[in-house]
Ligand binder design. Structure first.
Ligand code: MG
Length: 350
């Protein structure tokens, strides 16, 4: 039987993890002098103190409430550079366009990329354009890569962590979490996925939910300037469930989560109930999950709440040796194990 790649293997969950580990990593074994290597499977790599990340975007529909594939591509890459402790410097963009694609829509998307990049202060400085024959792809896809240098606030952040507990890593990696660290989420979850679904044909439900797509570089800079951050990750595909499992797995520490504390807007909750999907598994595009030393949590929360992108920030749980994996105290008083989603409950959201 010929084995074929399935949609689920690209959906950011357990199956994609398997594809990467079994079919990709073995061919990229030599990592030169990369400090944060491919095998870390983190948001970005680090080589010669340059933070480097890449993303391809295949979202459908191309334009959705709160954003479009262009703003998504720019923010997604900026965020992956920022959450490991990089200060994003510049982006590349590679367009793949289907023959016959509307020039007007193309321009809307490219303009949006330019505006988003300008707003974030990270210019698009190099690019590539390809057109393929009709049917070879669906409409339009875009790849963005980004580089950044070491955030000027990273040393201060690490020093602040070290005042409270030993911390030896130079970057904010998924593997840095330790028992006693507190988990902080910067705001509402589920908005991006639900906004997209509501706009897709065939779902036909009404919602006022907009995508949360936003660049996190200014927020990350302020957080590092405050200090006390041990790890950070944007909960994109696979959502909060995937992010917390990544932290737990790579850091080899349990995560205890409080369901009541997780900010979920009513519109997301009701759409999830109707569609039978878990808000914890929905991708977000303008949120960050932080591991913070407990002595600094109040300061970090106050930085978050003063920033437009962190107003609904909340403490959602803690890292602990007393559980293994991710365990959630549910609103009704029970406990639930939160696993890595197999794939994304909503395909093609980024
Ligand atoms: Mg990421």
């Amino acid at each position: 039987m010929i084995k074929k790649i399935t949609l689920a293997q690209g959906a950011g969950g357990e199956l994609m993890d398997q594809l990467i580990k079994e079919n990709i990593l073995q061919f990229f074994k030599k990592q030169g002098n990369a400090e944060v290597r491919l095998t870390a499977l983190d948001d970005a790599a680090v080589i010669d103190d340059i933070v480097f990340s890449t993303d391809s975007h295949t979202v459908q529909p191309l334009i959705f409430p709160g954003g479009d594939i262009g703003s998504l591509a720019v923010c997604g890459t900026i965020n992956d550079v920022a959450v490991v402790g990089g200060s994003p410097l510049g982006l590349s963009t590679g367009f793949i366009i289907e023959e016959g694609f509307s020039l007007e829509t193309f321009e809307i998307i490219v303009r949006s990329m330019g505006q988003t990049a300008e707003k974030a202060g990270v210019p698009i400085v190099t690019g590539d354009t390809k057109v393929v024959e009709k049917g070879a792809i669906q409409q339009f896809m875009v790849n963005t890569s980004g580089i950044g240098n070491r955030s000027p606030f990273l040393e201060k952040n690490i020093k602040e962590v070290n005042r409270h507990r030993k911390f030896t890593n130079r970057w904010l990696l998924d593997s840095n979490l330790r028992g006693g660290d507190v988990l902080v989420l910067s705001g509402n979850i589920g908005e991006h996925g639900i906004a997209l679904l509501s706009f897709r044909e065939g779902y036909g439900f009404e919602t006022t939910i907009h995508s949360d797509v936003a660049p996190l570089n200014s927020l990350m800079a302020q957080l590092l300037a405050e200090g006390g951050i041990v790890c950070a990750k944007d909960p994109t595909r696979g959502g909060l469930a995937n992010t917390l499992n990544e932290f737990s797995e790579k850091s080899k520490v349990g995560v205890f989560l409080d369901e009541d504390a997780i900010p979920i807007p009513e519109g997301v909750r009701s759409a999830c109930d109707m569609l039978g999907i878990d808000p914890l598994e929905i991708g977000n595009e303008g949120k960050v999950v932080l591991g913070v030393v407990k002595e600094k949590v109040d300061d970090v929360l106050s930085v978050l709440r003063k920033h437009p992108l962190g107003q609904r920030a909340a403490i959602i749980g803690e890292a602990t040796e007393t559980v293994s994996g991710v365990v959630m105290q549910t609103a009704v008083g029970g406990k639930r194990i939160i696993r890595k989603p197999l794939g994304d409950p909503i395909p093609r959201i980024c």
